[in-house]
Every structure is written in structure tokens, then in C-alpha cells.
Design a protein around this ligand. Structure first.
Ligand code: TXA
Ligand code: MG
Length: 351
């Protein structure tokens, strides 16, 4: 365990780092990390999807600290993370029958459900909505922290608002060292994309964000079709408030390019700038006179999903001005990957 220190401006506090060995969990460290949450502080911790920036979901003041630390618009609600079904009942009201069916199949895991909120959940956590997003993460350390805190934990992805989500502790340190009370590190996130979000408050369940769990898997379990909002005709009025904000965006101008030969052409025409290409492992030898960011084999969509956010952050680290990314539509988990890329690029697609 150590205190992180560095000389960046705007740092006001010492951030404590809890280094935890997932194979030999030090329960005293879990207890001390959870204590930060109990006392109304901010603690970043790993989940199986991405790192989360946690605070007591039932304490409006604590939730507000999350918005301040991330620079997050206050109408963008937070997900309440729980460790058991009693907590689900605590934070919601109304019919839980669909939620229970999905929980049985997918929890703990990368699925967030939107339900009607109970009175104890403050509007400061739900961005003023009468609904609440709930998820039971599938990571031992996350579960132990929530259990020890004994309260639902509001946790958005642990990145400064607009930046790519944090998939390893280095990303969290980069964004929050000196700005939050603690960071728990037990290794990189296993999945690397945020959870699938499904809204269960209307007659037809609505998919608000694509993720590792696919629409067809949910439909199979529910036995009914669900609605997918991706590419909605009302992009300014999305049902998940967070979806209207620019997200995952690198500082460089990023384009998704459908054709690999077109990428070669574009790299040539942009010479003089620092250029990056995000591609599959198989194509890393194809491009010249640019920085190459291979993110996994095309045959292994899960690997590409896991490495995507780190690659977007590396574009910033390397001061890339223009970046081109291959099209990953036709691989496993391609839909969720392309949803992130679409938003990271601000919808800039070159055919
Ligand atoms: O995998 C994940 O879901 C990660 C980890 C840490 O659990 N968390 C995460 O949180 O991605 P965040 O805040 O980055 O994204 C949550 C999304 C936002 O787009 C937000 O607008 C939406 O969920 N959301 C939260 N509560 C909602 C609600 N009551 N109704 C509609 N959308 C909601
Ligand atoms: Mg996020």
C-alpha cells in the first residue's frame, strides 16, 4: 500500500492506493477501503467491465462528489452497484419479476437494469429521475467492498467525463490521483467495455447501451423482443441521459474507416501530421508512416473489446493528431465495440 503523489496542478488531497492480490485478498485492506465509502468519500475500484468511481448511493452529498471529480453533467445519472438481492429491493419499488428473471441469468455480471427508484435513493444519484440503474458486478474485490460498506455504491466509469473509460489502474491514477480518497487495484478489467443497460420501466424492455451481454441473449431469457435505441432518430433525447454527451473521445480527430485500402490512402494524404491507426493484429503490418495500435485478433472479439479503451487513451499519450480505426462491425461483440467507436469518433465514418 502506498500514497500516490505527483505534481499535477489541481490536486488537493492524498489518494491512498490499495494494492490487492486477487488470489490472496487482504481483508483488512478491503475493510479500510470500504470505510472510505461508509464515511462519504470517493473510492475507485475495479469491476469486471471497467473501473468504477464509487460513493455511497444513498448519500446525496457523496454522489455529488462524483459529479465534481469527473466533471460530469448533473443530469447524467449513476449506476447503483449492489452485492445481494436485498439491496435491489432496497433501492427499487414496484414489480421486480422481469428483473429477477434477468438477475438469475446474468447477475453477478455486466448487465445494468433501470427500475423505478425507492424513496431512499436521492435524486442527486439518479440525475433527478424517478428511476434508478442497478448492477451487481462480477468481481470478487468489488463484491467484498460493497458488502463491507453495507450500502449500494453509486459508480460511474472511473474516467474524467468524456474520456475513454478506465480499464486498468494506470488510467484511474492518470485521471484521479490527488482528486479522490482512494483507488483499489487488483489488476485490469476482464471485459473492458461498460455493462449492457436495459430499461425495464416501460412495457417493452429497451436496450439503452450495448455491452458484453447481447440483445439476443436477453431476448432469449425474457422470451420477448426488446427495443434497441442505437441509431435512434432522436439523438438529443436518448433514454439514457449519458448517451447524449460526447464520450470515449481521444483528443485526436478519429475516423472509423470501413475499407483497409482507404486507410492506407488517408495515411498518405495526412503526412506531416502525427497519425495513428487502430487495427486488428492481422493487419498491423499493412500500414506505414504512422503509429500502429493493434488491439487483438479479429477472430477474438472479446480481446478487441478489452483493449479498445486503452488504445484510445494511447492516442492521447502519443499526441496523435489524426487517427483512423478499422471497422469491427463483423466480429464477435462488434455491435458494442462499434457503439463505443461511433461515439468516440463523434460519428465520423468514412466508407
Ligand atoms: O460497466 C458499467 O456499467 C460501469 C461499471 C463501473 O459498473 N459503469 C458505467 O457507468 O459505465 P457510467 O456512469 O459511465 O454509465 C452509466 C450510464 C450513463 O449513460 C447513464 O446516463 C445511464 O447509465 N443511466 C444511469 N441511470 C439511468 C437511469 N435511471 N435511466 C436511464 N439511464 C441511466
Ligand atoms: Mg462512463
Amino acid at each position: 500500500m502506498s500514497n500516490l503523489q505527483s505534481g499535477k496542478l489541481c490536486q488537493t488531497m492524498l489518494t491512498r492506493l490499495f494494492k490487492i492480490n486477487p488470489n490472496e485478498i487482504d481483508t483488512q485492506l478491503i475493510f479500510e477501503a470500504a470505510d472510505i465509502l461508509k464515511k462519504g468519500g470517493l473510492l475507485a475500484f475495479p469491476t469486471e467491465t471497467v473501473y468504477g468511481l464509487g460513493a455511497n448511493a444513498l448519500d446525496e452529498k457523496a454522489s455529488k462528489k462524483i459529479y465534481a471529480a469527473k466533471g460530469r453533467p448533473s443530469d447524467n445519472p449513476l449506476i447503483a452497484h449492489i452485492s445481494n438481492m436485498e439491496m435491489l429491493e432496497m433501492v427499487t419499488k414496484g414489480d421486480l419479476s422481469l428483473a429477477e428473471i434477468l438477475a438469475k441469468e446474468f447477475w453477478p455480471g455486466p448487465l445494468t437494469m433501470i427500475l423505478n427508484k425507492s424513496e431512499i435513493v436521492p435524486y442527486g444519484t439518479t440525475g433527478g429521475l424517478d428511476t434508478v440503474a442497478v448492477r451487481m458486478p462480477d468481481r470478487k474485490v468489488a463484491k467484498l467492498i460493497i458488502e463491507n460498506a453495507g450500502i449500494p455504491i453509486a459508480a460511474p466509469s472511473a474516467n474524467i467525463s468524456g474520456r475513454p473509460s478506465a480499464t486498468c489502474v494506470e488510467h484511474v491514477i492518470e485521471d484521479f490521483d490527488g482528486r479522490i480518497d482512494g483507488i483499489v487495484d487488483d489488476g485490469p478489467a476482464r471485459i473492458g467495455l461498460e455493462s449492457t443497460i436495459i430499461d425495464l420501466t416501460s412495457d417493452t424492455p429497451v436496450l439503452l447501451r450495448r455491452g458484453f451481454i447481447r440483445a439476443f441473449e436477453i431476448e432469449k431469457v425474457l422470451g420477448t423482443p426488446i427495443e434497441d435505441t442505437f441509431g435512434s432518430k432522436e439523438p438529443d433525447k436518448p433514454k439514457a441521459p449519458g448517451m447524449k454527451y460526447r464520450h470515449y473521445a481521444p483528443k485526436s480527430t478519429l475516423y472509423i474507416v470501413r475499407n483497409e485500402n482507404k486507410i492506407k490512402e488517408l495515411v498518405n494524404s495526412e503526412q506531416g501530421k502525427t497519425i495513428g491507426v487502430i487495427c486488428c493484429e492481422e493487419n498491423k503490418g499493412k500500414y506505414e508512416k504512422c503509429n500502429i495500435y493493434p488491439i487483438g485478433k479479429k477472430s477474438k472479439g472479446a480481446e478487441i473489446a478489452k483493449n479498445l479503451f486503452a488504445a484510445l487513451r494511447r492516442l492521447d499519450d502519443d499526441n496523435i493528431q489524426v487517427a483512423f480505426c478499422e471497422d469491427f462491425s463483423n466480429i464477435d461483440h462488434g455491435e458494442a465495440i462499434m457503439e463505443r467507436l461511433y461515439r468516440a469518433s463523434g460519428g465520423k465514418i468514412i466508407l
